[in-house]
Design a protein around this ligand. Structure first.
Ligand SMILES: *[C@@H]1O[C@H](CO)[C@@H](O)[C@H](O)[C@H]1NC(C)=O
Ligand SMILES: *[C@@H]1O[C@H](CO)[C@@H](O)[C@H](O)[C@H]1NC(C)=O
Ligand SMILES: *[C@@H]1O[C@H](CO)[C@@H](O)[C@H](O)[C@H]1NC(C)=O
Ligand SMILES: *[C@@H]1O[C@H](CO)[C@@H](O)[C@H](O)[C@H]1NC(C)=O
Ligand SMILES: *[C@@H]1O[C@H](CO)[C@@H](O)[C@H](O)[C@H]1NC(C)=O
Ligand SMILES: *[C@@H]1O[C@H](CO)[C@@H](O)[C@H](O)[C@H]1NC(C)=O
Length: 768
């Protein structure tokens, strides 16, 4: 029996019916750190296995069948007789399409096959197979997804309504990454009430997407495989070599045939095109420009895992040994490569037979390796978002990440007041933790300050909306929205100020060294990053001040900088409040630390109710300073203090009244940004738009926090409107100077989250 796509789709249906629960994926920081693969090194031939069985490779075309048969023949010749009973006998099992291969392996009628990573994901998650090895190319195991068109005919903004060729349904470069890209840009609107394939079918005029199934004929209409009512003879739109437009070679062939406008495929395919093809075709870049086919490193829709070998769970060890054996014999450096080359298909007049021709070697996967670590967290979250496991309830929810009990209380009230997609509040313990949760598909969105937004960029999350402060920020009318973005950085900014008590007359900006300081939190755009220019980076010796985390430790006597460590935590008090509760959550990077945030830094300056644990100076933002001073006075914390009891420290060494923040500040702080994964951008965007519509009868205020005893919960209190960021990137939103300051500081200041994200498969590869 063979699993057709119809069967697969009904499998999705079945799964959908069983998935009624949201399973918040909790985070797995340390697990990412674990290396997931090892390189095959040694030839371990003789005592491998003695089952006496043949190793059965699954093939998808007659040409592949021929190459496999040759492998079988040569192997028999080169292996010493003692091993005859083990791997010397390879048999080649011809399958109808990729899902037929998966089914044959599952039913123990074949043993292994190399497939696109997107199909590997289905094979593992839906059909219980396991990965044995991944193909590694000259630039690593990842591929770039590119869009190719005839020169001068198209750009990425004009894709809608075109005719398209894709290497395969649910494949990395022909489906997952391009669709993630279009969803992230809001070009493709998927409300998840209908299958994604229907949305794609409406988006393109006509397509060939081998393996998509029969429910959306438009998506097969450009294919050219033989049609038949007999299932075994039908090759039309199937994922096998019998469909001429199958795989990346096929997608390029589809474009070249003249029946289509654009082809979505991997960069490996265009690496070896002819001179005339170079002249005739070009890449479509995300910014709307086009580029030479060689420029795929800079002009692509994204980066994802390449192909990998799958097998049955109980056959993984044997498969890995078999792969090690054949690659030691016939790989790029194989001893017997004169007789047979595993990663070459030319002798059989084909391309990418059994393995991709660009494969340099096969990297076996560790036994216990998690799929998400082998394929990459970003990729797995993308696939889940695209509904590869069928749609689950979490696809129809918005999961907002909250960092403290106070945020959770506000979020729950928000959830009671939303009229669109249901809101679920997920608790994390810091903004960093929220970034991890969103990457892991355990939450969908969070608002980040500018420094954390820089981290989010490095972690491949995408911006959805930016907070807009001041009365100028009224909701843009629909038709204005595009132009609205340009002045985003020109809108009234929020300033960082250095606040001190008026009676501490001797303090000025130049003599802060050795004092007690209060900062809203570690990595705060104002009280950590911008501040460095007036303190630790203002020092003469650059090399001493490069690592600002350690420089701050030496600079201040003691501080409360929630989320830091050492003497930067000594002034913090945790949850201790007026009733004198225990100091739980001390120095936590969230509001559970009473000295966290703009309100917290003000509390810190005043000192705790026992009159201890105070600072000489607080670095905070001006926007809610006056309200916070009033609030603390009325709530009894530092009662009797009014704004006239404080002064600002100006960069010129003078002091000024609290109200003079416009002329006495440490610099403007970029807007906070709402971030999410690329697939959920349009969902979060429409959710936020709905959340800001007036809701009669509701008293809930999205941009107020004082009723929860804090400031800036979920959003800054000064926010008037959340502006969709559309296609602007982080650098454009944060401003080039802030972005470059962050880049230069994190060049030599360590942040765990950057290491973590750098290690995720395919997130990072040096452009060439
Ligand atoms: C898409 O198809 C329609 C109807 O077949 C046609 O009018 C339209 O021009 C096509 N669009 C493009 C971009 O080719
Ligand atoms: C591409 O071309 C190079 C040299 O021009 C060759 O070594 C390599 O095998 C080719 N790769 C493919 C995938 O055809
Ligand atoms: C900076 O400090 C380092 C370490 O103390 C020292 O070796 C170096 O000479 C100093 N550079 C300058 C320009 O003072
Ligand atoms: C401000 O608060 C501090 C700390 O609670 C207190 O000691 C001081 O008396 C207050 N100042 C005024 C003017 O009431
Ligand atoms: C980071 O450091 C490298 C080498 O130390 C330097 O070339 C690069 O310009 C630095 N980047 C920034 C943004 O400062
Ligand atoms: C910077 O300083 C911190 C704190 O002292 C230290 O943990 C870290 O190893 C230092 N180096 C880098 C590269 O961040």
């Amino acid at each position: 029996m063979r699993v057709s796509l119809i069967a697969l789709e009904s499998w999705y249906e079945a799964r959908r019916r069983f998935q009624h629960r949201v399973e918040p994926a909790l985070c797995c920081t340390s697990a990412i750190m674990t290396a997931v693969t090892t390189t095959i090194l040694v030839l371990t031939t003789v005592t491998l296995l003695s089952t006496g069985k043949k190793f059965r490779w699954c093939t998808l075309s007659d040409l592949e069948q021929r190459k496999c048969a040759e492998l079988s023949k040569v192997l028999l010749n080169v292996l010493p007789p003692a091993t005859i009973n083990s791997f010397a006998r390879v048999s080649c099992i011809r399958a109808h399409d990729t899902y037929d291969c998966i089914e044959k392996i599952r039913m123990n009628k074949a043993d292994a096959v190399s497939l696109d990573a997107g199909v590997v994901y289905s094979a593992v998650k839906l059909f219980g197979l396991t990965m044995a090895a991944k193909e590694v190319y000259a630039e690593g195991a990842c591929i770039f997804a590119v869009a190719v068109a005839r020169q001068g005919t198209l750009n990425i903004q004009k894709l809608k309504g075109t005719r398209s060729c894709h290497n395969g349904a649910r494949w990395t470069s022909g489906w997952n990454i391009p669709l993630g890209f279009l969803l992230a840009r809001n070009d493709l609107i998927w409300d998840e009430d209908q299958p994604l394939s229907h949305v794609i079918s409406d988006y393109f005029n006509a397509s060939c997407i081998p393996g998509i199934g029969v429910t959306t004929p438009q998506l097969c209409s450009l294919c050219q495989g033989q049609k038949s009512f007999i299932r075994e003879k039908n090759h039309f739109c199937e994922s096998s070599g019998d469909e001429p437009f199958y795989a990346s070679e096929g997608a390029f062939r589809c474009l070249k045939s003249g029946i289509a406008d654009v082809a979505f495929l991997d960069h490996l395919t265009i690496m070896n095109v002819t001179e005339s093809e170079h002249e005739e075709y070009e890449l479509l870049c995300p910014d709307g420009s086009t580029a030479h086919l060689n420029a795929y490193g800079n002009c692509n829709l994204g980066h994802g895992p390449g192909r990998a070998v799958v097998t049955r769970d109980n056959f993984q060890k044997i498969t890995k040994k078999f792969l090690t054996l054949i690659q030691n014999l016939f790989g790029k450096k194989g001893k017997e490569r004169a007789r047979f080359e595993l990663f070459t298909s030319a002798p059989f007049s084909g391309k990418n037979l059994l393995f991709h021709d660009a494969t340099q070697h096969l990297q076996v996967v560790e036994e216990e390796a998690e799929l998400s670590h082998v394929l990459g967290l970003d990729y797995v979250a993308l696939l889940q978002g695209l509904g590869h496991e069928g749609s689950s309830l979490s696809n129809s929810l918005v999961r907002w990440c909250c960092i403290s009990n106070a945020e959770l209380r506000k979020c729950e009230e928000w959830a009671l007041n939303v009229k669109s997609d249901p809101l679920v509040c997920v608790q994390a313990d810091s903004m960093i933790n929220c970034i991890e949760l969103i990457k892991n598909n355990g939450a969908d969105a969070v608002t980040l300050d500018a420094t954390h937004a820089y981290f989010a960029k490095k972690c491949a999350l995408v911006p959805v909306a930016a907070e807009c402060y001041g009365l100028e920020c009224t909701k843009p009318r629909r038709e204005e929205r595009k132009e609205w973005l340009t002045p985003l950085t020109a809108l009234p900014p929020i300033y960082t100020v250095a606040l001190t008590k008026k009676n501490a007359k001797h303090i000025n900006i130049h003599n802060l060294e050795g004092r007690r300081s209060c900062h809203s939190h570690v990595y705060s755009p104002g009280g950590w990053l911008l501040l460095s220019q007036y303190t630790v980076r203002a020092l003469e010796n650059e090399s001493l001040s490069c690592n600002i985390s350690s420089a701050y430790q030496d600079y201040f006597w003691k501080s409360c900088m929630p989320g830091a460590n050492g003497n930067l935590c000594k002034v913090c008090i945790g949850q201790k409040d007026m009733e004198g509760d225990k100091g739980l959550a001390r120095c936590a990077a969230n509001h559970d630390e009473r000295y966290y945030g703009n309100m917290g830094a003000l509390r810190c300056l005043l000192g705790d109710p026992s009159g201890r644990n105070f600072g000489d100076v607080a670095f905070l933002e001006h926007h809610n300073l006056l309200q916070n001073i009033e609030y603390l006075d009325s709530s009894g914390w530092g009662a009797g203090n009014a704004s006239s009891d404080f002064e600002l420290l100006c960069p010129d060494g003078l002091r000024a009244a609290v109200e003079d923040w416009k002329t006495c500040n440490l610099g403007p702080v970029p807007s906070n940004i709402v971030v999410t994964r690329s697939v959920t951008v349009s969902k979060i965007n429409s959710f936020l738009q709905h959340s800001q519509e007036p809701s009669p009868g509701s008293t809930f205020q999205l941009f107020q926090s004082q009723q929860y005893g804090e400031s800036d919960l979920l959003f800054k209190d000064a926010t008037h409107y959340l502006v969709p960021t559309r296609q602007l990137d982080y650098e454009a939103i944060l401003g080039a100077s802030f972005f470059q300051l962050a880049a230069s500081v994190f060049n030599c200041t360590h942040a765990d989250i950057l290491d973590l994200c750098r290690q995720d498969t395919c997130t990072y590869t040096a452009p060439h």
